[in-house]
Write a protein that binds this ligand. Structure first.
Ligand SMILES: NC(=O)C1=CN([C@@H]2O[C@H](COP(=O)(O)OP(=O)(O)OC[C@H]3O[C@@H](n4cnc5c(N)ncnc54)[C@H](OP(=O)(O)O)[C@@H]3O)[C@@H](O)[C@H]2O)C=CC1
Ligand SMILES: CCCCCCCCCCCCCCCC(=O)[C@@H](N)CO
Length: 327
């Protein structure tokens, strides 16, 4: 009997080890690495904030960088600042991501892309009851449709010769408001949640082309965009968003690039983002067996934590409503 007797303490070791081993074999897609040096990185919204920080980082790492945004003067300024800091010449393209033909022209002119970063984005927070339809459409068109336009335009060139060129990447800038709906962000959250469906389905479609999708989820980040946003942000939006710590654009860019290089699908940027990613893992692909282990073993606890956050947020809404009478 002694031979088959497994003590409780060895079970405590064996069960997690067996789970780790199982996860090691089943996580899909398989881990990948996407090099940045000497690759063509195309960044939309690269003239400001997170995109600009990422452009600096990629140029410093020896990538050939292209930037796309609307304002030609801001693009020129970005080009000069990167030249000054790194000595690298970046190509700039002035286009509106809402204009598919213009996006297609820019992408074709830029040449085959290895790493496409769909980072452009607009955010105008307001309660849905107050917000104009034009503004709602604006956010969905730029954030969601604009990303479709870019990927659709870039994909044929990205797929071509991929076997010889090595792994490619499509990175999409979402937001923590794309993992959980936040007061004042009905349109913005919807546009960012939409990107998750796009990313999950797209990864299945392009995995055999050796192109890896990364979906990045920053918290409030100190950028020119955020400065504008805070001028008109409902108080409750700020209160709830403060559940996650703010970051600098350079820090978010670093996390983003690490995520892209390691082919990570869900890329959180801070500790709260890590919790949020585990809590909202759902049926997203997971390439890391260690992360999968954390997801499997803490799922119930994370749900509990999430319910506590909701309890706290609904408390804040109640309190705010009782001290600020509606007009
Ligand atoms: N800052 C934050 O708190 C957070 C930001 N994010 C996301 O990160 C991304 C970058 O944000 P951030 O750096 O703050 O933004 P900024 O407002 O600082 O910069 C936005 C960039 O996008 C470009 N852009 C905007 N609209 C269009 C368009 N229609 N066509 C082409 N380019 C466009 C802008 O250039 P131009 O205006 O010249 O077109 C600019 O280069 C966005 O997707 C945002 O949703 C996510 C979480 C938090
Ligand atoms: C279970 C554990 C949960 C953990 C914590 C949850 C914290 C959620 C905070 C959400 C913050 C959303 C900020 C959006 C920023 C943004 O996108 C705008 N600035 C526009 O750019």
């Amino acid at each position: 009997m002694a031979g088959v007797y497994i003590s409780f303490s060895s079970l405590i070791l064996i069960v997690p080890l067996a789970l780790l081993l199982l996860l090691y074999f089943i996580v899909r897609p398989k881990p990948a690495r996407v090099p940045i040096k000497n690759r063509h990185v195309f960044i939309t919204g690269g003239s400001s904030g997170i995109g600009l920080s990422l452009a600096h980082l990629c140029a410093r790492q020896g990538a050939s960088v292209s930037l796309l945004a609307r304002d030609a003067a801001k693009l020129e300024e970005a080009k000069q600042s990167i030249k000054l800091a790194t000595g690298c010449d970046v190509s700039v393209f002035s286009a509106d991501v809402r204009d598919y033909d213009a996006v297609k022209r820019a992408v074709e002119e830029a040449g085959p892309i290895d790493v496409l970063v769909c980072n452009h984005g607009v955010f105008v927070p307001q309660e849905l009851a107050e917000q104009e339809i034009e503004e709602i459409k604006f956010m969905v068109d730029v954030n969601l449709m604009g990303t479709f336009h870019l990927i659709k335009a870039a994909l044929p060139g990205m797929k071509k010769n991929r076997a010889e060129l090595g792994p490619g990447s499509i990175a999409i800038m979402s937001s923590q408001a794309g993992q959980v709906g936040i007061y004042g962000y009905t349109a913005y959250s919807a546009s960012k949640f939409g990107l998750k469906g796009l990313a999950e389905a797209l990864q299945q479609e392009i995995i055999s082309d050796n192109i890896h999708v990364s979906l990045i989820f920053p918290p409030d980040t100190d950028t020119p965009g955020l400065v504008e946003e805070t001028k008109r942000r409902p108080q409750l939006t700020s209160i709830i968003a403060a559940s996650s710590g703010a970051m600098k654009a350079d820090e978010v860019a670093k996390k983003s690039l690490n995520g892209i290089e390691s082919g990570t699908f869900i890329v959180p940027c801070n500790f709260e983002g890590f919790l949020l990613s585990v809590a909202t893992a759902g049926l997203s692909p997971q390439r890391s067996f260690l992360m999968a282990f954390v997801e499997v073993t803490t799922a119930g606890l994370m749900r509990l934590a999430g319910l506590f956050f909701q309890w706290n947020w609904y408390g804040a809404i109640d309190k705010w409503r009782s001290t600020n009478t509606r007009t």
